[in-house]
Design a protein around this ligand. Structure first.
Ligand code: KIV
Ligand code: NA
Length: 264
């Protein structure tokens, strides 16, 4: 049975953890779906992980749509979330609805995600009223990296803690079906999770969230440019793949590949 936004709400009610991972292509989506994740996020981390941009700010609607279409073709069961790229919703409610609607119509995704708290309440409400489920994203908001000048932990001061809690509440009140909490202290994430009726999905937000999200390429050790503390590497596929490629090079150079069994 397909996972829907109602499934996520039900999981929170039952106290069952929600699992979310990123994918940017057909093959990865199929792998995650088969493994049984609840939702696949086509994150704008696509920018850095798959396209080599310096931050998430550079990725476009066209690029996000292109990759999300591939992900949707690979899923059978999981919910697919389209991460709204920078400047596709910050310019106003009309732009936000048009771009979220484009994502839904052109890719077949199930929901969209937008970064921001109180200041995004209008946008979240407008997209929701158009019939498109929205997932919020508060705490560290990577699309605002240039404003903050880095990716430091959020919610360290009393003022910041209050603000993030208010942001999460505003996102819920605006109609969001879930909210991502990024890089905030575990006790703050716990407080937010207990205060909201919608599910919280944490990344670098401790164990008390209703669910967890990670970037797939981090989890399997394929993206190794940097490793935040909150990442757990469950495999070292990058290292293994590099060894495989080296073996191929060596065997070709030595005339060992292709062998008889690979030849016609
Ligand atoms: O873009 C992304 O991958 C994300 C998640 C890590 C939450 O926004
Ligand atoms: Na993102």
């Amino acid at each position: 049975m397909r996972v829907t936004v109602a499934t996520l709400a039900e999981k929170k009610r039952k106290g069952e953890k929600i699992t979310v991972l990123t994918a940017y292509d057909y093959l990865t989506a199929k792998l995650l779906d088969r493994a049984g994740v609840d939702a696949i996020l086509v994150g704008d981390s696509l920018a850095m992980v798959a396209l080599g941009y310096p931050s998430t700010v550079q990725v476009t609607m066209e690029e996000m749509i292109h990759h999300t279409k591939a992900v949707v073709r690979g899923r059978e069961r999981a919910l697919v979330i389209f991460d709204m790229p920078f400047l596709s919703y910050q310019t106003g409610e009309r732009d936000a609805v048009l771009n979220a609607g484009r994502a839904l119509k052109e890719t077949g995704c199930d929901a969209v995600k937008v970064e921001g708290g109180k200041e995004m309440a209008g946008v979240i409400r407008a997209i929701t009223e158009a019939g498109i489920p929205v997932i919020g994203h508060v705490g560290l908001q990577p699309q605002s990296v240039n404003l903050y000048g880095g990716y430091r932990l959020r919610g360290r001061t009393k003022e910041e803690r209050v603000r993030i809690l208010e942001d999460a509440k505003a996102v819920e009140e605006a109609g969001a079906v879930a909210v991502v909490l990024e890089k905030i202290p575990a006790d703050l994430a716990k407080e937010i999770t207990e205060s909201l009726s919608i599910p919280t999905i944490g990344i670098g937000a401790g164990p008390f969230c209703d669910g967890q999200v990670l970037v797939f390429h981090d989890l399997v050790g394929l993206f190794t440019d940097f490793k935040p503390k909150f990442v757990k590497r469950y495999a070292e596929l990058g290292r293994e793949a590099e060894e495989a490629v080296k073996s191929f090079i060596k065997e070709v150079q030595e005339g060992k590949f292709p062998g008889e069994e690979h030849s016609y």
